[in-house]
Design a protein around this ligand. Structure first.
Ligand code: CP
Length: 305
């Protein structure tokens, strides 16, 4: 594996995560710096994206680098049958860093095994989304003043939601307590519950989205039901609207509670929540710019102090 690649959040130690948060904070104070002058970064998106691609590309532009890439693989030679292997080898001829999103779990790790340039995983199927996790951690730290000993309630599609899988693994360093709220079809997969058990992380599972659970929560992490991962569209139709956060449900919540969502939202958060000061999802997406500037610099070995 390319030693500088970021494939899984578990590629980072606790110290590296804390150092990245400090770096993100410096970029938030001063996002326009010429640290990537002369560098070319490729963004290869085999799956749709708004935030991840645009914030990565903004990060490169604000750091003085150049961006090449695609947002629709149908316009590339992969539609003629070119393999992922050959695509990565070609693009590594042109770019210093490849940021890729792919619909197959493990695609980024596979690419990192032979790529001559570092790979950043911008989401691989239902598996991992480590750069989202860094912006989630930065958002949690900014709103709570700490990452330690927090109660995090994850709601919705915990089976296919790669953001919750990555966040769960990263929080292991910080003694969290988790509540998992999902219907039986979309429960947190066994491997992540095993991870919690192995590392002594407390978790509780619920099917009801109750005030009792909301009122003990510090971070309420809502997720979209991932229609694109379902093979049976009828099953998606049955579960897609089971959990919707309404403003009235936050009435008894803790003062420090913040509502996070990786976005895009469909029906998981009512629009009446948007004006509640506890709604933090749009600021969370903005934090993605700074977190991704920090990640790019770390992967390329560039100091931003
Ligand atoms: N959160 C996230 O990954 O959003 P996009 O799919 O729009 O990139």
């Amino acid at each position: 594996m390319n030693s500088e690649s970021l494939v899984s959040i578990s590629d980072f130690t606790k110290d590296e995560i804390l150092s990245l948060l400090e770096s993100a904070s410096r970029f938030e104070a001063n996002p326009n710096r010429n640290l990537l002058e002369g560098k070319v970064v490729a963004t290869l998106f085999f799956e749709p994206s708004t935030r991840t691609r645009l914030s990565f590309e903004t990060a490169v532009n604000r750091l003085g680098g150049r961006v090449i890439g695609f947002s629709d693989a149908n316009t590339t030679s992969s539609s003629k049958g070119e393999t992922l292997h050959d695509t990565i080898m070609m693009v590594s001829n042109y770019a210093d860093l490849i940021i890729m999103r792919h619909y197959l779990e493990g695609a980024a790790r596979y690419a990192s095994e032979f790529s001559p340039v570092p790979i950043i995983n911008a989401g691989d199927g239902a598996n991992q989304h480590p750069s989202q996790t860094m912006l989630d951690l930065y958002s949690i730290y900014k709103t709570q003043g700490t990452l330690e000993n927090l109660t995090i309630t994850m709601v919705g599609d915990l089976k296919y939601g790669r953001t919750v899988h990555s966040l769960l693994m990263a929080m292991y360093y910080f003694k969290p307590r988790f509540n998992f709220i999902a219907c039986d079809e979309l429960k947190m997969p066994g491997e992540y519950k095993e991870f919690c058990k192995k590392h002594g992380i407390e978790y509780h599972e619920y099917t009801d989205f109750s005030d009792d659970v909301i009122n003990q929560t510090d971070i309420l992490y809502m997720t979209r039901v991932q229609r694109e991962r379902f093979t049976d569209i009828m099953e998606y139709e049955r579960v897609k609207n089971l959990y919707t956060l309404k403003n009235s449900m936050l009435l008894g919540s803790k003062e420090n509670l913040r509502v996070l969502h990786p976005l895009p939202r469909v029906n998981e958060i009512s629009y009446d929540v948007d004006s509640n000061p506890k709604a933090y999802y749009f600021q969370q997406a903005r934090n993605g710019l700074y977190a991704r500037q920090a990640i790019i610099c770390k992967v390329l070995g560039i100091d931003n102090k």
